[in-house]
Every structure is written in structure tokens, then in C-alpha cells.
Design a binder for this molecule. Structure first.
Ligand SMILES: NC(=O)C1=CN([C@@H]2O[C@H](COP(=O)(O)OP(=O)(O)OC[C@H]3O[C@@H](n4cnc5c(N)ncnc54)[C@H](O)[C@@H]3O)[C@@H](O)[C@H]2O)C=CC1
Ligand SMILES: CC(=O)C(=O)O
Length: 310
């Protein structure tokens, strides 16, 4: 796979590093408005190649994206402490108006993988600018929130997060929905599993896990200014699903014709990800509160995306 990364900041460079660790890219090209930054990140990551999988890691300009299979868009601004993701919308939409056309002019066949926030709306903006079909513009969406959810549940139960099957749906942001009602550990319903091992999921435990997932970005940004390792791993996971044509079920964001009565909106649901991007969307069984939460999340995103002019 040839992977372009536009935006060689913390997120883009973490994604590039994760990609070479996992061997998902034979070539990575970093592009940034700050050329010195792109050069430096590419060189630093290239120095890890002898300890990882073979890959050509370099910086370049848009012409160097020729033949890219996937282009990660991690350019623009990130949150300051206390700032919401939605507050970044106008600034990052302006960046994407400049960047997406440049990418499409060189590699119109690439899958675009959007990381910049607010990621659901940036994904929809990217789909509109590029004219690509929805399955070829993927927002990382709640892949990171789902990882945080599984990690916290796994810690509570004392099991591997990989044995937790649970998803965060809707916005990658404050209105996201933690789908507790269909969560499982192994093949066992989560509450049954928890009861069987004597680690009951009380309202207090659930509340702490909800807060831990929903506020993770805010607390990490407070402590170190930004988040990057988690999303770097998540972006590499999505590229790996594309590279391996895995048809993996991942919670990522694409534009959907309709979600619970809300038309033409991008948000995360479990989706099949493989060589052609997203090939199917799966609507899980949700309880009434989760369903209403997902509808509310869709309405928030829809209201905001309608205000953006392309
Ligand atoms: N989807 C997710 O789960 C996550 C998303 N993010 C988002 O990712 C984005 C990037 O975050 P960081 O890497 O921490 O920010 P950063 O500030 O470290 O990097 C952004 C990079 O974009 C570059 N850039 C700005 N305008 C550009 C343009 N017109 N063309 C090319 N490059 C341009 C900057 O020079 C900078 O190097 C932010 O919007 C942030 O909120 C961050 C963490 C998780
Ligand atoms: C910054 C961000 O979107 C996150 O860490 O979830």
C-alpha cells in the first residue's frame, strides 16, 4: 500500500509510525504546509524502519501522492484545553477546501481517511468536495472511542479489551452513544459476564466508564496538549483493514442516506471495511435511550453540516 498523510503533526506522525510498526504500508509520503515539519517527521520515522517492516518513508508535495491507495487527512488545527471538537469546524473546513482538491487532482482513485476534527463533519465536507462515493471517504469516527470503551470495560472485568465486543456510535464527540445494551465479553452478554466473575457493572461503574470515554480527549489535552497515540493506532487499524481486504467490522464514520429519520448525515455505526473502503453499514439493536441518543447525535451533526458552504 502507498499511503499519503496530509498533516504531519502529532496525529499524522503517530499514524505513520503505527503503520510502519504494523507493516501496513510499503510507502508513506508526508505532506504539510510546514515542509520542514513534514521532512523531519518522515526522517525520524524512517529511522525506525530498520526495527520494523520494510517501507519507504519520505516527505513530498501533492504530486508525490501519485498512485496512493489511501490518503490520511490529519491537517488543520486541534483543540486547546477545554475547547470542543465542534469549535474547530470553520477553521478546518477552510483547510480542507484547499487540501482535498489538491489530493483529488493527483490520486482520484485513493480512499480518503479523515482524522481532523470534528471528524464526522470533516468527512462529510470531504465527500462533498471530492465527489467520491460515501464508502471511499472514511472518517475515523468513533474507532478511538470504541477502543477507549473496550479498554475501560476490559480493565473493570480483568480481561483483554480484544475480548470485549462493544461499540461507541454517533458523533466522535460530546453526543456520542456508548452502546451498553448489546455489549458482549466473548460470546456472553456483558452484564452476565460481569455477574459471573463477581465484577458487577453497577450504575456507578457504568457512569465512571461513560465519563472516562466521553471525557478522555479533554483530560489528555489538559495534561499534554493533544492526543495522538490512540488515534494513530486507530488509523493504522483502518488502513490495515483496507490493505488486507479484511471486511473488518469497525466503528467508522461515513455519510449515510438516512439515520433514524435524519437524512444525509455522517456519523459512526459498525461498518464493513475492506479493499474498497466501507462496503456495508450495520444498524445494531439498541435500547430506547441509546436509540434516542443516536438520533439526537445525528440531529446535532446534521444541523452543523448544513451551515457549512463548500
Ligand atoms: N479523529 C480523532 O479521533 C482525532 C482527531 N484529532 C484531530 O486531528 C487533527 C490534527 O491534530 P494534531 O496532529 O494534534 O495537530 P497538529 O497541529 O500537531 O498537526 C496539524 C498539522 O496540519 C498542518 N496543516 C495545517 N494547515 C495545513 C494545510 N493547509 N495543508 C497541509 N497541512 C496543514 C500543520 O502545519 C500541522 O503540522 C486535529 O483536527 C485534531 O483535533 C486529534 C486526535 C484524535
Ligand atoms: C482529540 C480527539 O478527538 C480525541 O482524542 O478523541
Amino acid at each position: 500500500m502507498k499511503v499519503g498523510i496530509v498533516g504531519a503533526g502529532m496525529v499524522g506522525s503517530a499514524a505513520g509510525f503505527a503503520l510502519i510498526q504494523r507493516g501496513h504500508a510499503r510507502e508513506i509520503v508526508f505532506i504539510d504546509i510546514d515542509t520542514a515539519r513534514a521532512r523531519a517527521e518522515a526522517e525520524d520515522i524512517a529511522h525506525a524502519v530498520p526495527f520494523a517492516a520494510p517501507a519507504l518513508v519520505r516527505h513530498g508535495d501533492y504530486a508525490d501522492l501519485d498512485g496512493a491507495d489511501v490518503v490520511i487527512l490529519s491537517c488543520g488545527v486541534s483543540q486547546k484545553p477545554g475547547e470542543t471538537r465542534l469549535a474547530l469546524l470553520e477553521r478546518n473546513a477552510a483547510v480542507f477546501r484547499a487540501v482535498v482538491g489538491e489530493v483529488m487532482a493527483v490520486c482520484p482513485g485513493a480512499i480518503l481517511l479523515v482524522a481532523s476534527n470534528p471528524v464526522d463533519i470533516m468527512g462529510q465536507v470531504t465527500a462533498r468536495i471530492s465527489g467520491l462515493p460515501p464508502g471511499r471517504v472514511i472518517g475515523s469516527g468513533t474507532i478511538l472511542d470504541t477502543a477507549r470503551f473496550r479498554w475501560l470495560i476490559g480493565r473493570h472485568l480483568g480481561i483483554s479489551p480484544r475480548s470485549v465486543h462493544a461499540y461507541v456510535l454517533g458523533e466522535h464527540g460530546d453526543s456520542e452513544v456508548l452502546a451498553w445494551s448489546n455489549a458482549r465479553a466473548g460470546s456472553v452478554a456483558l452484564t452476565d459476564f460481569a455477574a459471573q466473575i463477581g465484577a458487577a457493572l453497577t450504575a456507578d461503574v457504568r457512569g465512571r466508564i461513560d465519563t472516562g470515554v466521553r471525557n478522555a480527549a479533554y483530560t489528555i489535552i489538559e495534561g499534554k496538549g493533544a492526543t495522538w497515540y490512540g488515534i494513530g493506532g486507530g488509523l493504522a487499524r483502518i488502513v490495515g483493514a483496507i490493505a488486507g481486504d479484511e471486511q473488518a467490522v469497525l466503528s467508522v464514520s461515513t455519510v449515510e442516506a438516512e439515520v433514524l429519520g435524519v437524512p444525509d448525515v455522517a456519523l459512526s455505526l459498525p461498518r464493513l471495511v475492506g479493499r474498497d473502503g466501507v462496503s456495508a453499514t450495520l444498524m445494531p439493536d439498541l435500547d430506547r435511550d441509546e436509540t434516542e441518543g443516536l438520533r439526537a447525535s445525528a440531529e446535532i451533526l446534521k444541523t452543523l453540516v448544513e451551515k457549512i458552504t463548500i
